[in-house]
Write a protein that binds this ligand. Structure first.
Ligand SMILES: Nc1ncnc2c1ncn2[C@@H]1O[C@H](COP(=O)(O)OP(=O)(O)O)[C@@H](O)[C@H]1O
Ligand SMILES: [Mg+2]
Length: 313
């Protein structure tokens, strides 16, 4: 795996004294789609803004395609396209002038054929001579995407791309993201919609209160969805899992006071009956038991509420 963005020990404290990021370490892999999932105020936009050179870090370093985003800002920024969360456009310009200007900003030679393709892919071509202020909200968002792609970035950040967006644009956007990924563009999107992360991402990072609490392959996370856990509250704490039980997927919790059995809820043979029988034979008594199922939603909520200290999986 080679990483295209390296974020090391990154912290941000705003002038107000508010700490929006706390020592974030993250390697973003070349060509992946990474979804950063987190509630409002988690620090997602702050993280993106630092990587894109809009906000200064208080501590730590970021490199984009080998370029330090502070010392080597222009080279780093030229690799990056950003579709910002907020709609902010040059109201009086035409669509064409805006994307042409954006491309020039990054020192790229004019390429009308490329820009035409970008506008066509975003169903914006017939609006190329329209002034931006005359466009609908959805069309303005398409213009922001066209601007972000105008200089052929190899890294694309989409900050809450589908918040408040109609179904059609959401579908087009996902389609566009997949196509870009096929071309080798690395894509980082933020969202607080779990379905969006599930649908789009190769990996999912969960960010909460300025901390990156988890980064994992989506498939690995999804596999946990099919898992259930049986938790037994033991009569007497165990110091270790007896050898007879070691072949089973058992873990001790709460300083040995609980025994947690993870099983696949999709199969007929859960192994629970055998487990309970064996516990009886070993004289391990329990006073209570309950089972739970985890979904990505639960994993997420659990992480966020526990402040990242425990992931229920
Ligand atoms: N310029 C700023 N000055 C002070 N606090 C800020 C500033 N920008 C953002 N914050 C605060 O930092 C936290 C993280 O914000 P943000 O990165 O926008 O989160 P997210 O994008 O995950 O919703 C929030 O509590 C927000 O109020
Ligand atoms: Mg945000």
């Amino acid at each position: 795996m080679s990483s295209i963005i390296s974020i090391r020990n990154l912290s941000k404290t705003y002038q107000s004294g508010f700490q929006a990021l706390k020592s974030v370490d993250l390697e973003i892999r070349k060509g992946e789609i990474l979804a950063l999932l987190g509630p409002n105020g988690a620090g997602k936009t702050t993280l993106i803004s630092i990587v894109c050179g809009i906000v200064n870090p208080s501590q730590g370093t970021v490199t984009a395609d080998g370029h330090d985003i502070v010392r080597d800002y222009r080279a780093a920024r030229a690799k990056i396209g950003l579709v910002p969360q907020e709609l902010s456009t040059d109201a009086f310009e035409t669509v064409w002038a805006t994307v042409k200007f954006s491309r020039g900003l990054f020192g790229k030679a004019p390429d009308p054929a490329y820009l035409e393709k970008v506008l066509r892919d975003l169903s914006l071509w017939d609006k190329k001579d329209s002034k931006i202020m005359t466009l609908s909200g959805g069309m303005k968002r398409r213009v922001l995407i066209a601007k972000a792609l105008s200089h052929e970035p190899t890294i694309l950040f989409l900050d809450e791309p589908t918040a408040g967006v109609d179904v059609e644009l959401r579908r087009d956007m996902w389609e566009m993201v997949r196509k870009l990924r096929e071309k080798g563009v690395t894509i980082i999107l933020t969202t607080h919609y779990i379905e969006e992360a599930e649908e789009m991402a190769d990996r999912i990072g969960v960010i909460d209160k300025g901390e990156l609490v988890l980064v994992e392959d989506k498939q690995v996370l999804m596999r946990k969805l099919g898992k259930k856990q049986l938790t037994l509250a033991l009569q007497e704490p165990l110091h270790r899992i007896p050898d007879e039980l070691s072949p089973l997927a058992l873990e001790l919790g709460d300083e040995g006071r609980t025994l947690v059995y993870t099983f696949d809820s999709q199969t007929d043979q859960t192994g629970i009956a055998a487990l309970l029988r064996q516990l009886g034979e070993l004289g391990i008594d329990f006073k209570d038991l309950h089972s739970s199922e985890s979904s990505l939603e639960e994993i997420f909520v659990g992480l966020v509420h526990a402040g990242g200290r425990e992931a229920r999986a």
